[in-house]
Each structure stands twice: as structure tokens, then as C-alpha cells.
Write a protein that binds this ligand. Sequence first.
Ligand SMILES: Nc1ncnc2c1ncn2[C@@H]1O[C@H](COP(=O)(O)OP(=O)(O)O)[C@@H](O)[C@H]1O
Ligand SMILES: [Mg+2]
Length: 371
Amino acid sequence: MSSKESRKRSNRRSHKKPKCSTSTSSITDEGSNGSSSTDDYKHYRFRKGEYIKDYKVRRHISDGTFGRVLKVRRKSSKSYAMKIVRSNHAESAQQEADILFYLKKKDLNRYFVEIIDSFYHRGYYCMVFERLGPSLYDMLRMNQDRGIPMNLVRCISRQLLKCIGYLHDIRLTHTDLKPENILFSRIRELKKGQNDLYLPADHKIKIIDLGGAEFDDEDHNCIINTRQYRAPEVQLQCCKWDYKSDVWGIACIIFELYTGHLLFQTRKNEYEHMALVEKITEQNFPYWMASNVKGSLKYCFNTKNVTNGKYYQWPQGTTTKDSILKVQNQKTLREMILDPLLRDLLQKMLEIDPNKRISCFQALDHKFFCN
Ligand SMILES: Nc1ncnc2c1ncn2[C@@H]1O[C@H](COP(=O)(O)OP(=O)(O)O)[C@@H](O)[C@H]1O
Ligand SMILES: [Mg+2]
């Protein structure tokens, strides 16, 4: 990835919350300067040393799209991570807390961040979590877009599929899987190791950020995920998406761990994104998807008088030369992943048709994990 593309990674925005009410949320993933033009609600302004309930603020950890995360300490006991959610997203924050307490009750806090407490403070909804270590995104950024060793790719992928497989078992879809939302359990810093790469001492991961998680029986017609990890059926709005959309996102993450680069290097442009999907996977959108597209992409599909099975009409008259060249020069997954087992696994997880895409537990049975 070019350094320009790499810098753009930090501007990636989740597309979720308020929960699945419309096809466009109040925060878009297209913010160009790290802030959103449509979301003026600020992050909580904290003072070092102030008390929030009985937690003393030590320092800032990180800001997400919706929450500001601080390191806090309760009396003289352990330190925790406190997520303070922007006031206009309090409702989905409460839902995030409900889901995390539910997972804790089901003894799944081995795989997901453990929630300790939740409450309102000056109109802001706060959640107190166990403190975890750096994210996969932090690791990729520190390694300046170089991939990590295969044994670590395998170990993280296996855990990720297992965690999300358990979530799917209880009929929940995460909807916002990306490297920022996967953290190493141990607080310790990444250490320089093999080939000067920054790697974790302990490989155990946990999943965070369940603010957009949806049960199977909830409304599934909205746009979810950050664009680069978004499954085609979500973008095309051609059906009710389900847990298979998480599988697509996990495949994008596994690719990124292995190569250090985003699989779908596109922003702001759903037309180009869909062209890249066809190019990279070497598949065409099937008829049933092409004939049910909604939104602006609808006009790019022709399902009549098509003999070669290619319903997506791209480029169109308005497509820029740059975009045409980008798609033309894009390598396919087959060209980018030379390891045959990893390539086969990713091809099965990146089936355009969600009905043909494998599940997390089927992926875990793949030969790639036999080593
Ligand atoms: N329990 C935690 N321990 C340490 N860091 C955390 C923890 N939870 C979140 N973070 C950091 O804060 C960032 C934002 O948190 P997240 O829950 O993803 O918020 P948002 O919903 O705004 O995306 C994460 O990407 C991570 O870097
Ligand atoms: Mg997040």
C-alpha cells in the first residue's frame, strides 16, 4: 500500500449506530479529516485526576468513532479502560453494555472484552471494561504495512473465527469487525522480534466494540461495517444480511495480517468498490443479487439481454480514468496470496454469494488450520 493509502487508514469510520434504523446512519465512513461533517457531538472532555463515579482518570488511551477510551483506576485497586460514548449515541452504547453483560453471563467474556460497570456521568454513557493491550491495527501500523509471520496469522485467525463463531451460535452478528476492534489481551507493549517486526508476547486476542451487534431477529436492512470490510450483499442491499457478512470481514482482516495491506483499497466510492470485488475475487455477481440491488448501485446493473453472466456495468460514463486504471491494475486474490491453503480458505470466505460463503466453524475445519 502506498504511504498515502496507509495514512488514510486512520480515517476509516464505522457505519453503524443508531441501530439499524435507516440505510444511512448519522456517521458515515467517508469522513476525510477524521471528523464527521454530520456528527457535531464532541467526545467527553476529561481532566487528568478527575473522578468519574469512583474511578480516577489516569490518561487517554484512544478515541473511536463513537467513544473516547480512558485509563482509570478505582480507589487503589486495578486499572480499567473506561469508554465514554458521545452523548448522541447513548442508546446504542446502552445496547452495547447489555450485549456485553449478556455475553459475560454466558461465560463468553473469555473471547470478548469483560464489562465491569456502566452508568451515566454528566449526560454521557460510560462503560468500564477490563483493560486490554494494543489492537491488530496498532500492530499493523507499527510494522508499517508489513505483514506478520504465517504462524501468527494462523493463530490470530483461528481465535478470531472461534470467537465470532460463538457469537453466531447465539444468533448475534458483530457487524463492525476490523483490526481496530480486535485487541491483544495482555496489556504489554508490542516488542521488536523476528525480522524487526513488532509482535505481541502473548497471542491471545479479544473482540471489542459490540455497539453495532445485531440479533438475527432484528431489522437487517441497513448498511453496516466500515467500507473496506463490508460484504457485497450489504453494499448492494439486495437481501437481509446475516452472520455471513462477518465472515467476509474476517477474510479481509486475515488478508491484511498476512500482507500488511488493505484488501479493498477504496474509499468514498461504492461503484469502484464493487468493481474491485469482482476483480479481486474473479467472480461475477449472481443473477439473484444483481436483480435485487437497491440504492444508487441499482442503475449499474443490467439483468436483461446479458449473455455473459456479467450484470454489473462498469465503468460507466462518469467513472474517472484514475478509477478505471486502479481496477485494471488491481491484482486478483489468486495473484496476491501465493500460499495455496490460505488462498483457498480466503476464496471460500470471499464468495460473493453469501449462501455459498462458508461459516466461521466451516472455516476452522479448513486444512489451513491443520498445521
Ligand atoms: N478494554 C480496552 N482496553 C484497552 N483499549 C481499549 C479498550 N476498549 C477500547 N480500547 C481502545 O479504544 C478504541 C476505541 O474503542 P471502541 O470500543 O472501538 O470505540 P468505538 O465504538 O468508538 O469504535 C479501540 O480501538 C482501542 O484502541
Ligand atoms: Mg471501534
